[in-house]
Ligand binder design. Structure first.
Ligand code: SER
Length: 320
C-alpha cells in the first residue's frame, strides 16, 4: 500500500495532484504538506492528513515520514524560474538542499521518490526543436541549474544507493485550480483569466516564442503513471522528456478566439522572462517516455482551451 508524502502540496501541481491521489489510494494514505498554510486551500487541507513541513528541515521531515509510515515522496516544493532569478540563493537552497534532504531520507528509509525536472534543464546550446532525451544541458538560469543538478543527484542516488528515483521534465503547466508561482510560462495561464474577465491580454512573452506546454490533467497522469511503471522497463529515470503541445502567444490567442471571437492580444515584453524563454527549447522529443512507460497525453491546444474556459467561467462566476 502506498503512503505518499507530497511536499509543496498547496502549489499549482500539488493542489490538483492531492485530489487525484486521494481518489486512487485513499485519503488517509496521502499526506499533503507545505511550508505554510495558504488561503483558498481550506477544503484540500481538510480532505485528509496535512502537515506543515519545510523540506530544508530534515528532522521535521523524518518525524512526519516515521509518524505516517511514508514509503513514497513526491517532492513538489520548489522555486520557479522567474522568482529564482530574483533570489538565486533561495532557489538553490530550496531546490537543491531540500532535494538533498529528500534523497537522504529516501536512502535511509527506503522510499520511492519523484522529483520533477523541467524544460528549464536545457539552455541556449541545446538543439531547440524536438530536443532529444539525451542532449546538451547548459541552462543559464539558477532554476535550470538546480534542475540539471537535481536530475544528476537523483540518478546518483539510484546508481549508488539503489534509491528508486524517477522524474519528468515538465513543460509550462496550464491549470485553473491554483495559479503558478512565478514561472516564465505563466503567461499561458494568465491569458485565459484575462480573456474571460477583460476580453484582452497583454503578454510579457513575445510573439513567435514557442515553448512546450501541457494541461494539468496530463501532467498529473505523468506523475502517477511513471511512479507505477515497471522499473525493469525504465532505461532513463531522471528525467524523462514529456510533451503534449508547443505554441506561441499568437497560436494560443487563435485558439481562444474560437470561443471569444473579439479577444485581443497585445505585447509588453518583459526582458528577463523573454531571455529565459529564448534559452529554452521550442518542443521536446518524448519518445523515451512513450516507449519506457507508455506516456500518452490526452489534451492538445484546442481541447485544453475548451476545458479551461469552461472551468474558469464557473470558477470566476462569469455568465455568457
Ligand atoms: N513553468 C516553469 C517556469 O516557467 C518551467 O518549469 O519556471
Amino acid at each position: 500500500m502506498r503512503k505518499i508524502l507530497v511536499t509543496g502540496a498547496l502549489g499549482q501541481i500539488g493542489s490538483e495532484l492531492i485530489v487525484r491521489l486521494r481518489d486512487i489510494y485513499g485519503s488517509d494514505n496521502i499526506i499533503a504538506s507545505n511550508r505554510r498554510i495558504k488561503d483558498g486551500h481550506e477544503e484540500l487541507i481538510k480532505s485528509g492528513p496535512f502537515e506543515i513541513v519545510n523540506i530544508n528541515d530534515i528532522i521535521q521531515m523524518a518525524e512526519v515520514i516515521d509518524r505516517y509510515k511514508v514509503n513514497t515522496i513526491i517532492n513538489l516544493a520548489a522555486i520557479l524560474s522567474a522568482v529564482g532569478e530574483k533570489d538565486p540563493m533561495a532557489c538553490w537552497d530550496i531546490n537543491m538542499n531540500g532535494l538533498y534532504n529528500v534523497l537522504e531520507l529516501g536512502r535511509k528509509k527506503n522510499l520511492q521518490i519523484f522529483n520533477p525536472s523541467s524544460i528549464a534543464a536545457f539552455g541556449p546550446s541545446t538543439p531547440p526543436d524536438k530536443t532529444p532525451q539525451d542532449t546538451i544541458q547548459r541552462p543559464t538560469t539558477m532554476y535550470g541549474v538546480t534542475k540539471v543538478a537535481g536530475e544528476l543527484l537523483c540518478d546518483y542516488y539510484y546508481q549508488k544507493f539503489g534509491v528508486d528515483t524517477r522524474g519528468v521534465r515538465f513543460p509550462g503547466l496550464i491549470s485553473y485550480e491554483t495559479l503558478p508561482g512565478g514561472g516564465t510560462t505563466d503567461y499561458a495561464v494568465h491569458i485565459y483569466y484575462d480573456a474571460l474577465k477583460k476580453g484582452k491580454y497583454t503578454s510579457f512573452i513575445a510573439k513567435g516564442t514557442f515553448m512546450d506546454m501541457m494541461y494539468m490533467p496530463d501532467a498529473i497522469d505523468s506523475i502517477i503513471n511513471l511512479m507505477e511503471a515497471d522499473p525493469s522497463r525504465l532505461i532513463h529515470r531522471n528525467a524523462f522528456n514529456i510533451s503534449s503541445m508547443s505554441f506561441d502567444p499568437e497560436e494560443l490567442a487563435a485558439s481562444i478566439r474560437k470561443h471569444i471571437p473579439d479577444f485581443q492580444l497585445d505585447y509588453d515584453v518583459d526582458p528577463v522572462r523573454q531571455k529565459i524563454a529564448d534559452s529554452w527549447p521550442n518542443s521536446l522529443d518524448d519518445r523515451a517516455a512513450r516507449e519506457e512507460w507508455g506516456w500518452n497525453p490526452k489534451y492538445n491546444l484546442d481541447l485544453m482551451t475548451e476545458d479551461m474556459l469552461e472551468k474558469l467561467k464557473i470558477k470566476l462566476d462569469i455568465k455568457d
